[in-house]
Design a protein around this ligand. Structure first.
Ligand code: G3P
Length: 214
């Protein structure tokens, strides 16, 4: 399973890179807005920093606009994955980009048949949003399970990129299901390293070590 960081913050991305387990980055317009910086500046910096795929999202709502934006986004780096919202117009754009060999990530997936359509259009990744479904009392992990079942059934090559991940249990369940990629907020990256028994165990080891005659 690959780990991406879901962030447009250069500090957070650098922090994730320093842990040595980062495979890529996903961003969205809200994350870019939080940085308070111009989009093109942030996008170029992220693409330069990160070796793996970097999802940058279009904001147009017609296929024509999306394709125009995609061309611009790809000038920021050869690792750019064009992130496209799950709309009928989005599917047209994905189909055209896929024919040109340009990688895409279809985002805002909330039901399995949306993921089926995205795969048929040739998407490289689909992003089911787990936490946002949980937030409205639906089972986000069930969505991921259904998508994996459908993709296996028809041998689709589209990768499942679990998004809107809120805590380590989401990551654990995704790993058990064989999800291709999880994209994590930096907070969850840190949570993954923690267990209270690890902390108390280390404290005891270090205290006992002081009693050892060297
Ligand atoms: O980048 C898409 C997704 O990960 C957003 O997550 O926490 O805003 O639902 P969240």
């Amino acid at each position: 399973m690959q780990y991406f960081i879901d962030s447009a913050s250069i500090e957070e991305i650098k922090e994730a890179i320093s842990l040595g387990v980062l495979d890529g980055v996903t961003t969205n317009p809200s994350l870019v807005s939080k940085t308070g910086r111009p989009f093109n500046e942030v996008a170029k910096e992220i693409c330069h920093l990160v070796q793996g795929p970097v999802s940058l999202e279009v904001v147009g709502t017609t296929a024509e606009e999306m394709l125009r934006e995609a061309k611009q986004l790809r000038t920021y780096g050869s690792n750019v994955v064009v992130k496209i919202p799950m709309l009928s117009e989005g599917l047209k754009a994905v189909k055209a980009l896929s024919a040109e060999g340009i990688p895409t990530n279809v985002t805002l997936i909330f039901q399995p048949v949306q993921a089926l359509l995205a795969a048929k259009a040739g998407a490289t990744y689909v992003s089911p949003f787990i936490g946002r479904l949980d937030d409205i009392g639906q089972d986000g992990l069930l969505l991921v399970r259904d998508i994996i079942q459908i993709y296996r059934q028809y041998s689709f090559k589209t990768k499942v990129l679990a998004a809107s991940v809120r805590h380590p249990i989401h990551v654990l369940e995704c790993a058990k299901m064989g999800v291709d990629v999880v994209t994590l907020p930096v907070k969850v990256v840190h949570q993954l390293t923690k267990h209270p028994l690890t902390d108390s165990g280390l404290k005891t080891f270090l205290e006992d070590w002081k009693k050892v005659k060297n």
